[in-house]
Ligand binder design. Structure first.
Ligand code: ATP
Ligand code: MG
Length: 774
């Protein structure tokens, strides 16, 4: 038997060497599910299955890359190259490039990222004259996204009174119209958003049986990792493709299903056995990742969930240290504890920075941790948040590139038609949009036919528009012969982008310039990498697709020896020696927005289970007594999840009861005996807490109403001050005290105008300004 198979235990070996037929592996964290999937692919290939016939779907592109690397070690580079591996989005984007024409899309279609989609929705809402405080772009976006992921097309929407009623109840009766217009505009722009990549694939496979048959024949062996987090759209794609040969292997853990808020459907894993005939179900029980203490702690927590499959997880690893719980006074104090513990442990145990990870519930929590790590000179990297490719200067340059490939791309065009400034105002752009909608043309087509259409634009402006068209067309000509790097460099120089950035000599401006240079380097690497491939296609198109689909974990550049900071959602499937889970406080984790129903609370608990099980050697849990949230210092109480860990596995230095402010206890629990509440069911405990909030104002745990908590998915990087609000008093290292007058922009571009006591008013980029909220 193949030598590498000796690296599997018996339970793992059985599914690895089952070649044909449907199978499911349901098993707890760290039991080797991903390893089985990897080895299984190598095994199939060693038994003569052609790499071209294997499709493996993973949660991130990074996971796919790593898996491919391991398979290459076993079967050799040449063969592994031909495997189809990646996320659902990247694999099906490739297929849609070949087949999208059946649906009326060009092969060079643009992929709209979240920012593009939201901008387009924003402008549709504006064009329709709707109230943007009711039709909030982000809400409209997530609503439409959820329709798409449930395969509710515009037509299906109008046939579904329940959905329409729900929108009407939410004071958005015109959702259907927005949805319809949005879909039409994307189509006209030759663009697909992230959800379309799945929705349109489904449409393709349903409407075109010959295409379906072709891909069924091609993908004779299908493997899916993290199956518990597939949504309905993904589920249907897998089912359609696997239908003919039924060689489908899915692995997952119901206890790690954490994406319900994005439409993931846990029943996909629970119903798998009903979907195929003769399913072999495998269970893996031995955890290889973590110590006995960590496995015991994680098992005891997940026991509290009612909805779960019964699973055994045990480990032969060492007992290890108990899970450490640390109480901090504030979030700053919490950061200092994390940094000093990392520093000491690293010294004492001769470890690397990369042996440590800090996991949190929301991106906004990273700032305090970052500050503390920086003070100790510990290198770290934040994963998630605003990605490199979403920065303004990067999107500006890529918008030019997108437009060259696909001049119908409306969002790209709107972005650069007057950037750098060439005297084309917003009114002109609005008129162009109206004309384009009226004539059923794209904006670029309108621009090319300015003389023959009826549009109220003066001669001078028309000339400027013509110049713009000439510029883009000259790039298109160059694109026919030049490679992507030469073209991008030429665009940067001749479009005026460089000149524009050069004007800004501030440190922020310099960073932007560096970023543009970095993007050019990236394109160069990509082009050079492609030259080695015999079948290199259109390099620019492929590069743009890659960056549109880069997930938060991809593109891991720089010094690899850093502490990893990320949300728990992003940490799925990963492992680290030492893991800190910070902010274990009621209303934060479990999140205040997810405590209303048992199922929401159970999802939060699964999230905690995922977090704990990332740790190999040691897990640390921290919570604070008070924390800055939404710009205010609020009292906090320890998360119920800490108490749910069996005490034999946890080391609580300061008892959870004592350290709480006694006044606060009174206000929360009144005169009820505390222990009874400790062990009350979560729901009961919550009600008690809620009631107590009505008690004397002074002790209230207040959540200011008008301020919205930062959702995990929001594009907020913790590396700058996200809690800031107009009206806050702040302290700046150099300028002293001041008041926040205005805030503009978001993410890495957020700026605040601050009036300082010394009389100066300054506009500061929050990413750099170290402001302390007073
Ligand atoms: P998760 O649920 O977190 O995704 P998983 O079930 O996919 O976890 P893996 O990541 O495949 O688990 O494995 C966890 C760790 O245990 C990895 O470091 C892996 O290399 C190791 N491992 C798995 N099986 C074995 C084995 N038979 N012998 C030694 N190490 C193993
Ligand atoms: Mg895994």
């Amino acid at each position: 038997m193949e030598k590498y198979l000796s690296q599997l235990n018996e339970a793992q070996l059985a599914p690895t060497i089952q070649i044909d037929g449907p199978m499911i592996i349901i098993a707890g964290a760290g039991s080797g599910k991903t390893r089985v999937l990897t080895f299984r692919i190598a095994y199939l290939m060693s038994k003569g299955v052609d790499a071209f016939n294997i499709l493996a779907l993973t949660f991130t592109n990074k996971a796919a890359k790593e898996m491919k690397g391991r398979i290459a070690d076993i079967v050799g580079d040449g063969e592994a190259k031909n495997l189809w591996m990646g996320t659902f989005h990247s694999v099906f984007a490739k297929i849609l490039r070949f087949e999208g024409h059946h649906l009326g899309f060009p092969s060079n279609f643009t992929i709209y990222d979240t920012q593009d989609s939201q901008k387009l929705m924003g402008s549709i809402i504006k064009e329709m004259g709707l109230d943007k405080d009711i039709y909030k772009t982000k809400q409209v976006y997530s609503r439409i996204s959820s329709y798409k992921n449930s395969l509710v097309t515009v037509k299906a929407y109008y046939k579904n009174p329940e959905l329409m009623e729900a929108d009407a109840m939410a004071r958005r009766p015109r959702m259907g119209e927005i949805y319809k217009e949005y879909v039409e505009r994307c189509f006209k722009a030759g663009a697909m958003d992230f959800d379309d990549l799945l929705l349109r694939t489904n449409e393709l496979l349903t409407r075109f049986p010959a295409v379906l048959a072709q891909y069924q024949n091609r993908f004779r062996y299908i493997l899916v990792d993290e199956y518990q987090d597939t949504n309905h759209s993904q589920y249907l794609i897998v089912r359609a493709l696997a239908d003919r040969f039924q060689n489908i292997c899915v692995v997952g853990d119901d206890a790690q299903s954490i994406y319900a808020f994005r439409g993931a459907n846990i029943s996909n894993i629970l119903n798998f056995q009903k979907d195929y005939d003769g399913v072999n179900m495998y269970r893996l029980e031995q955890n290889y990742r973590s110590t006995k203490c960590i496995v015991g702690a994680a098992n005891s927590v997940i026991e509290h969930n009612k909805t779960k499959l019964d699973k055994i997880v045990w480990t032969a690893n060492d007992e290890g240290e108990k899970v450490k719980v640390h109480r901090a006074l504030t979030d700053g104090d919490e950061g200092r504890y994390v940094a000093s513990t990392i520093w000491e442990t690293k010294m004492n145990e001769q470890l690397h920075n990369s042996d440590f990870a800090v996991l949190y519930r929301t991106n906004a929590q990273s700032r305090a941790i970052e500050d503390a790590l920086r003070k100790r000179d510990i290198p770290y990297r934040i994963y998630g948040g605003l990605s490199f490719y979403q920065r303004k200067e990067i999107k500006d340059l890529t918008a030019y590139l997108r437009l060259i490939l696909n001049p119908s791309d409306e969002e790209a065009l709107k972005r650069v038609i007057n950037y750098p400034a060439r005297g084309i105002g917003q009114t002109t752009v609005d008129r162009l949009i109206v004309a384009a909608n009226g004539y059923g043309k794209t904006i670029f087509e309108v621009l090319k036919n300015l003389d023959s259409i009826d549009i109220n634009i003066n001669g001078g402006t028309k000339n400027k528009l013509r110049d713009f068209v000439t510029l883009i067309e000259s790039y298109q000509v160059m694109n026919q012969t030049a490679n992507a790097f030469d073209l991008a460099e030429h665009v940067t120089k001749t479009s005026g982008l460089i000149r524009e950035l050069n004007k800004d000599a501030t440190p922020e401006g310099v960073v932007k310039m560096d970023n543009v240079q970095e993007l050019l380097n990236g394109i160069k690497d990509f082009v050079e990498g492609q030259l080695e491939l015999a079948d290199a296609g259109d390099s620019l198109a492929e590069f743009l697709e890659d960056i549109a689909l880069a997930t938060d974990l991809d593109g891991d550049k720089g010094d690899p020896d850093h502490v990893a900071l990320m949300t728990i959602h992003l940490a799925k499937g990963l492992e680290f020696g030492h893991v800190f889970i910070v902010g274990l406080e009621e209303d934060l984790f479990p999140s205040g927005m997810s405590m209303n129903t048992r199922s929401e609370l159970e999802e939060e608990r699964r999230l905690f289970y995922v977090a704990l099980t990332r740790a190999e050697k040691q897990a640390y849990l921290t919570y604070t007594l008070s924390r800055y949230r939404w710009g205010k210092l609020i009292d906090a109480e320890p998360s119920r999840f800490i108490e749910e860990i069996d005490e034999e596995f946890v080391d609580i230095v300061t008892p959870l009861r004592e350290q709480r402010n006694p006044m606060l206890d009174q206000s929360i629990f009144g005169d009820i005996e505390p222990n009874r509440i400790r062990f009350a069911k979560p729901k009961t405990a919550k009600i008690l807490r809620k009631e107590s909030k009505k008690k004397p104002e002074k002790f209230q745990i207040s959540t200011p109403k008008k301020m919205k908590p930062l959702a995990d998915t929001e594009e907020v990087s913790g590396s700058f001050n996200t809690k800031l609000e107009v009206g806050n008093t702040v302290n700046h290292d150099r300028f002293g005290r001041g008041e926040v007058m205005t805030i503009e922009g978001t993410g890495a571009d957020a700026k605040a105008e601050i009036k300082f006591l010394n009389g100066d008013t300054k506009k500061l980029l929050l990413r750099f300004a170290k402001l302390e909220i007073l």
